[in-house]
Design a protein around this ligand. Sequence first.
Ligand SMILES: [Fe+2]
Ligand SMILES: [Fe+2]
Length: 263
Amino acid sequence: MGTVIFDNGVHKCIVFDDILGGRGDIQANQFLIMHNGEGLLYDIGGVKIMQPLYKEISKFIPPRRIKTIILSHQDPDTGAGVNYWMQFTNLEIRTFVSNLWVRFIPHLCRSNFAKEFFIGIPDKGMRLNLNGAEIILIPAHFLHSPGNFQLYDTTSKILFSGDLGTSIPPAGGIYREKFSEVADFNEHVKYMEGFHKRYVTSGKICKLWARMTSELDIEMIVPQHGHRYFKGKEMVNRFIDWVSALQCGIDLLDRNDFVIPKE
Ligand SMILES: [Fe+2]
Ligand SMILES: [Fe+2]
């Protein structure tokens, strides 16, 4: 089921956070942005959610009106289903992914999908026009993938942050609750820490991202994983400050992490 997180009549942002009902693979959110009857998908997810996702998306927009797919990076949970969309929806559809990954993603597809269906995003990012609405793909390299882009929607002022901001609460309880905003930041940190410390590359990158992001007018930050997002300037700033101070990835590794295994 889709949760509408922004709607001004012409422009809508919808999150699908529970397509498989909490079963199976790691939970991931898929995003639909619509403007004046045209749609864009960000991080469409893996192969096995494609049929139910297609059905849910159809409740908001005819899938043929979706002309753009953007993948934050190369991981299977972001875009392994891309072949399905090309086959069953719209051959005009274009998939944007980092220049680093644009030659890798076609491995997920049938051989007859030509190269022109995939467009590389340059390292510095780019702006796209969604039927009159401006979308900015902002660099978020090494957070966690080396070629990684977040999506800033200038209409809703939502930053879709990809894997940054991922929360992985324990199964059951809070995990199955409705998609909703973070109420208590300090309480929420424990669900984010593990992922960020291991998957995100370094504190240097986090600081660079925080510096860049402070130039944007952000009302919400919505990550690819977890049922929680950051809403309102105060919560958005708390998250950015938390990222800015993170020690993670290579900051935490030392020689003890590089020892030949004995068993
Ligand atoms: Fe990832
Ligand atoms: Fe992910």
